[in-house]
Design a protein around this ligand. Structure first.
Ligand code: ADP
Length: 326
């Protein structure tokens, strides 16, 4: 491997608040260490179309507080084919880019792993997803902000739920992971969370009814992870209407508002630390790892581990929610 003089940076897949803070950190840290930086637009798509621009320190001024990503993000089907990746590699070489920093989720890091293997290109991943579903890092960039957005929304729903004495199913994101639903429920003081991790083991609605949910309360809020495994909030509302017609049921789907907003202090600090560590990793000759934070220490997690392992939900959290919702 030759010396690395120029790095390319891109954001890919689902956007997450804090991606801009990560772009800023990677860019500034690279320049600080004498590297040239090129911003690649619209994820892997930009590598294929050549939508690439040199980034100086001022290109990332005033973005730490912004949600979304100034580099834009996209999903790129061609990059999943060997022909597409060959074009990406050729463009990368044409631009003089020696290594890539990829900010994204599970899919984006899978693409990075394949690309790195095929072309012997150093790739460093940063966990950028609101779902918090990457193994090897305590949290992912965007997760804390999304959690706080959910909290704000559920606090408001509670006002109307209490006034009308209703049962609300609030659907939150998390296709394969219940972190947002479970921790959102704990933080909002909701009655329960329906999450994919335990959906196949137990009928969570049966459990709720059996445990006498609502008890003496005049309203109830249940957070449901939007997932084909849970079936989503509508599914549970329909079931309650059919099986327990005594309840006055409503559904709120929070949807894309969970992806937006100014990143929290936690996400800005996380993104800044991970971004700076990505450049340290490149300078140390690391390659094909995701940068994570584990017990407040920077860690390098091989792509295969970060992507493949299911990040477990702590049983303790499930118990806390159950105990505190009596
Ligand atoms: P996320 O990174 O948020 O999980 P996606 O799953 O949509 O988002 O992946 C983002 C992009 O990563 C895809 O559009 C594609 O370009 C690339 N990608 C995903 N999976 C693969 C794969 N198996 N091989 C190559 N590229 C992939």
């Amino acid at each position: 491997m030759g010396t690395i003089k120029c790095i390319g940076i891109l954001t890919s897949g689902g956007d997450a608040p804090g991606m801009n803070a990560a772009i800023r950190a990677v860019t500034r840290s690279a320049i600080y260490n004498g590297l040239q930086v090129k911003g690649i637009y619209r994820g892997y798509k930009g590598l294929l179309t050549g939508e690439i621009k040199e980034f100086k320190s001022q290109n990332v001024s005033n973005i730490i507080q912004l949600g979304g990503t100034i580099l834009k993000t996209a999903r790129c089907k061609e990059f999943t084919t060997p022909e597409g990746r060959q074009i990406a590699y050729d463009n990368m070489k044409k631009e003089g880019i020696d290594a890539l920093v990829i900010i994204g989720g599970d899919g984006s890091l899978t693409g990075a792993r394949i690309f790195a293997q095929e072309f012997d290109v150093p790739c460093i991943g940063l966990p950028g997803t609101i779902d918090n579903d990457l193994f090897g890092t305590d949290t992912t960039i965007g997760y804390d902000t999304a959690l706080n957005t959910i909290l704000d929304a559920v606090d408001k729903i509670r006002d109307t739920a209490t006034s009308h004495e209703r049962l609300f199913f609030v659907e939150v994101m998390g296709r394969d992971a219940g972190f947002l639903a479970l921790n959102g429920a704990i933080a909002a003081g909701a009655e329960a969370a329906i999450i994919p991790e335990i959906s196949t083991e137990v009928d969570q609605l049966e459990e709720l009814i059996k445990n006498g949910f609502r008890k003496s309360k005049n309203s109830s809020i249940v957070l449901v992870a939007e997932s084909p495994i849970t079936g989503g909030a509508m599914h549970y509302a329909e079931r309650v209407k059919n099986e327990y017609p005594g309840y006055d049921v409503r559904v709120t789907i929070l949807g894309h508002l969970q992806r937006g907003g100014s990143p929290t202090a936690h996400d800005r600090i996380l993104a800044s630390r991970l971004g700076a560590a990505a450049i340290d990793a490149i300078m140390e000759g690391q390659r094909n790892v995701m940068i994570g934070i584990d017990h407040d220490e920077i860690v390098y997690v091989p792509f295969t581990k970060a992507i493949k392992n299911d990040k477990p939900i702590k049983k303790e959290l499930i118990n806390v929610l159950r105990e505190l919702s009596i």
